[in-house]
Design a protein around this ligand. Structure first.
Ligand code: CP3
Length: 351
């Protein structure tokens, strides 16, 4: 009888990097890498009646997730879904208006809050987990699958305002005027997010990202209470259930408050927005954190010198750290495909 062959180390560069192992060429994925800049996305998007139906149809969500992998060979796929499936599963129905973004019935009173479900309607989210399993089965061996959720603060900002707002003033005012009610909403979202990410990981996701897209509007006290503390609780719950789960937090706009994440045990990486100097992030966050980011999506859209310089600056700036190459925010719908191809080629030639 021959001995079993030794297990090869995972060929997934993203997962090695999230364990803190720097790669000669950083792994690459792009926030919103599935989406309207791809003609093949627009073609399947046209088949679904609504955006949420699209997210809740496993066959379509799987296809949208795989499209950018086939076209560009990124090192990771991110599940195609949306952060606003969370309020939807709590009974606050969400719709997406063409060209206008999300619409929800705003939460204005204690009664509105009390009308939410205590726990997510998991049957509504079942298609998401099915999509995760399908994607996992279809992905090449060297591509990692990332699951995600919105951070409680960012999701709550949509739940309170009922739509996207430039400065999240409705949620900030609600939190100042009704801190106990707002804390109850955040608690509900902490529970839901931890359970939701755990289910994505059990279904096949290999890492997860928590999107706090609107973290940057919060003053220090509120930043600690509504951004850092809830994310720390999600991380603690997830790590208690699945100790090896690699978790990325993306606190967009955290700026001088980035260092507050250093205290979160079990967080593997921080996603950085475009305005962060790599050396400032490296100084604020100990070496156990991988750093993800942070090419300007507009530099990718513009191409040419702006793109070449942006890539060079990111590669040089993060050279001392475990680095996941990404944008500083989501890819823009007008981005030329040739510029994404150029980014991939430049990066792969950089080792
Ligand atoms: O990254 C990926 O490719 C995975 C899919 C993904 C989507 N949304 C698909 C999507 C992810 C990770 C998100 C996260 C998300 N959704 C965030 C956090 C990240 C960020 O960009 O700050 C936020 C704030 C949302 C909420 C949301 N969803 C808004 C405000 C909008 C409308 C604005 C817009 O870009 O149209 C969406 C819709 C949405 N989510 C689209 C896509 C591809 C476009 C809708 C369409 O195709 O019809």
């Amino acid at each position: 009888m021959t001995a079993a062959p030794p297990r090869l180390a995972s060929p997934k560069l993203l997962l090695a990097t999230l364990r803190g192992v720097r790669q000669a060429i950083p792994p690459l994925w792009l926030m919103r890498q599935a989406g309207r800049y791809l003609p093949e996305y627009r073609a399947i998007r046209a088949k679904a009646t609504s955006f949420l139906d699209f997210c809740y149809t496993p066959q379509l969500a799987t296809e949208a997730t795989l499209q950018p992998i086939r076209r560009f060979g990124f090192d990771a796929a991110i599940l195609f879904s949306d952060i606003l499936v969370a309020p939807d599963a709590l009974g606050q129905r969400v719709s997406f208006e063409e060209g206008e973004g999300p619409r929800l019935k705003p939460i204005e009173t204690a009664a509105d809050l009390a009308a939410l479900r205590d726990e997510a309607d998991w049957s509504r989210l079942a298609p998401v987990f099915e999509a995760v399993a399908r994607v996992k089965a279809a992905l090449p061996d060297d591509v990692a699958l990332i699951g995600f959720c919105g951070a409680p603060w960012t999701v709550a900002s949509y739940m309170i305002a009922g739509r996207g707002t430039p400065d999240q003033a409705p949620a900030r005012l609600f939190a100042y005027r009704n801190p106990d009610l707002f804390a109850a909403l955040i608690d509900k979202l902490v529970e839901l997010s931890a359970a939701y990410l755990e289910r994505q990981l059990r279904a096949g996701a290999e890492a997860v990202q928590i999107f706090d897209s609107w973290a940057g509007v919060l003053p220090p006290g509120e930043f600690e209470r509504w951004c850092v503390a809830p994310i720390a609780r999600i991380v603690a719950k997830l790590r208690a259930a699945l100790p090896a789960a690699p978790i990325i937090a993306f606190p967009r706009g955290a700026a001088t408050q980035l260092g507050k994440f250093a205290a979160i045990d079990g967080l593997a990486a921080i996603g950085l927005d475009t305005a962060v100097e790599p050396c400032a992030a490296a100084a604020a966050l100990p070496a156990r954190f991988a750093l993800q980011g942070n090419l300007d999506p507009l530099a990718l859209l513009a191409g040419g010198r702006a793109l070449e310089d942006g890539i060079d600056r990111a590669l040089a700036g993060f050279a001392g750290r475990a680095h996941v190459f990404n944008l500083g925010h989501g890819i823009l719908p007008e981005t030329p495909i040739a510029h994404v191809e150029r980014l991939v080629a430049r990066l792969r030639a950089s080792g």
